[in-house]
Design a protein around this ligand. Structure first.
Ligand code: XMP
Length: 516
């Protein structure tokens, strides 16, 4: 979904830092979009970017399968900044020499600035700055018409430009925190060289997206699956703003939700935001299908398939629907292997994977380019209460993957109570927003305890709390002992059937956040 006249296009060559480039630019209030480097030049022209950034990437320009771009890109009159592989590719394609890998330059390096006219404007002549390098190949000789702008203290050409065509290259990564002045360099590119103004805001994102959705949908109908999570809630409210009653949301109660979740979310969407919501209580169906199933993968499959079945049945009663809206985020569009083309980059959202094909629906994904905190900002702008905006992620298969072994009603009740205590105590102690996720896991084992004078033989609850930026990696949260103590005491006292609480101190990797 494109919007805003002023945008910077980032062409992805597979760098692990590509998302960071986009983020750094949006933080400076200029809109940026990531596209695979295979994007046709005509599409680039239609998008009318103010500037193009070529990301880094793991390849060498000499690899037979190295991702390339059309040379036309350099003669569109649009400023180009190549980062790392992007610089090497530029040098290689425009007549410079890239020398193949002999010794990797990886990690912190010092760079001396030789020219402070544009990309390094604001820096002192011959100033030495710290940068982050991560490359094997290097530019041995720059193309004709280019001039060097900086060199590393190892003698590598660290930055170059063709001033007349406004083509730039940097061998280091300005987007990472290990290049402390990288932000200033990106600012010079987007403001001084591309002429952007810092005018992009979440309000402008909302306005442009609303217009785009209206233009796309016209008088047709859209359905949206709501789970109560931040992404689908914000997507639904945004869609409602754009097309009102042409949107119908389906909220399936799979019987695996947290305590009071179904009621709370239904109330928010239907009452606060007047969304045409179809709450479907399918708990029985899900629990029936899950009866006796222990294998985590089978649980996930059963839940996924059942969800599709319920969703389809409900949607069928709505008459003709053409679009399916999803709150897919950038981190869901995983694995920057995007030089293989856009189709390789899409990971279907857990619950609705398979739906668009099965139902012949066209997808609307307004947040495909955004990060979770950006979606939270949009949600705030749209007036969604903080309680929903800042809620922890919750997996599509719900509590089923937090009950080890077969899922029963009794265990679900037990886990809901333990979970509610954890969330309540995290909120009370101001820790809720400091962790990525905190939740309970119910183990299929019993341990001996003593309550009063009685011997008990009851279940074990695991407290799991992690810190993470995107859920891809995570570290166990260093919680205050008081909080750990309060939670353990409350769970053991208040949740019948539990006599022991343990804290999970595993990081991801090698463990995962969820236990199944
Ligand atoms: P793992 O357990 O893979 O979890 O370390 C990473 C993050 O993803 C969430 N998660 C899921 N979310 N459907 C979802 O929508 C799923 O099937 C699913 N499995 C895990 C998990 O809660 C954590 O935030």
């Amino acid at each position: 979904m494109q919007h805003s006249q002023e945008k910077i296009l980032i062409l992805d060559f597979g760098s692990q830092y590509t998302q960071l480039i986009a983020r750094r630019i949006r933080e400076r209030r200029v809109y940026s979009e990531i596209h695979p480097c295979t994007i046709p030049v005509e599409t680039i022209q239609q998008l009318k970017p103010r500037g193009i950034i070529l990301s880094g990437g793991p390849a060498s320009v000499y690899d037979s399968a190295a991702p390339h771009i059309s040379p036309e890109l350099y003669s569109l009159g649009i400023p180009v900044l190549g980062i790392c592989y992007g610089m090497q590719l530029t040098a290689h394609m425009l007549g410079g020499i890239v020398s193949p890998y002999t010794k990797r330059e990886y990690g912190k390096a010092n760079l001396v600035i030789d020219n402070t006219e544009d990309l390094f404007s604001g820096f002192a002549d011959h100033e030495t700055i710290q940068v982050w390098m991560s490359h094997g190949d290097r530019v041995e000789s720059i193309p004709p018409d280019f001039e060097p702008l900086a060199h590393s203290t190892y003698g590598t050409i660290a930055a170059m430009r063709d001033r007349s065509r406004r083509i730039y290259g940097v061998q280091f990564h300005p987007e990472v925190v290990h290049t402390p002045q990288g932000g200033a360099i990106l600012e010079n590119f987007i403001f001084k060289i591309c002429g952007c103004s810092p005018s992009w805001t979440m309000t402008s994102f909302i306005e442009h997206t609303v217009q785009k959705i209206r233009a796309l949908v016209q008088d047709k109908r859209v359905i949206c699956g709501c789970s109560g999570g931040v992404d689908s809630t914000v997507a639904a409210v945004l869609l409602e703003r754009a097309i009102g009653k042409q949107l119908t949301c389906i909220f399936v109660n799979n019987g695996l939700l947290r305590k009071n979740e179904f009621e709370k979310v239904s109330h928010l969407l239907a009452t606060t935001f007047s969304i045409d919501l179809r709450p479907v209580d399918a708990s029985e169906r899900f629990l029936e299908k899950l009866r006796g199933v222990s294998d985590p993968e089978r649980k996930r499959k059963i839940i996924g398939n059942e969800f599709i079945a319920v969703f389809e049945e409900t949607a069928r009663n709505l008459g003709k629907v053409d679009f399916l809206a999803q709150g897919t985020l950038y981190p869901d569009v995983i694995e920057s292997v995007s030089f293989k083309g856009p189709s390789a980059t899409i990971k279907s959202h857990h619950n609705v994977g398979g739906l668009p094909e099965a139902m012949h629906l066209q997808l609307i994904e307004p947040f495909r380019e955004l990060f979770k905190d950006e979606v939270r900002e949009i949600g705030k702008e749209l007036g969604i209460p903080d309680e929903f905006i800042y809620r922890h992620p919750f997996p599509g298969p719900g509590l089923a993957i937090r009950i080890l072994g077969p899922v029963t009603r009794a265990d679900l009740e037990l886990l809901r109570e333990a979970d509610a205590i954890i969330i309540e105590e995290f909120k009370k102690s101001d820790m809720y927003r400091k962790v990525w996720q905190a939740f309970a896991v119910l183990l299929p084992i019993k341990t001996v305890g003593v309550m009063g004078d009685e011997r008990t033989y009851e279940r074990v609850v695991v407290l799991r709390a992690v810190e993470s930026v995107d859920g891809m990696t995570a570290d166990w949260a260093k919680l205050p002992y008081e909080l750990l103590g309060t939670i353990a005491t409350r769970i053991i006292n208040e949740v019948k059937g539990v006599n022991r609480v343990v804290y999970d101190i595993s990081s991801k990797p090698p463990s995962t956040i969820e236990w199944e």
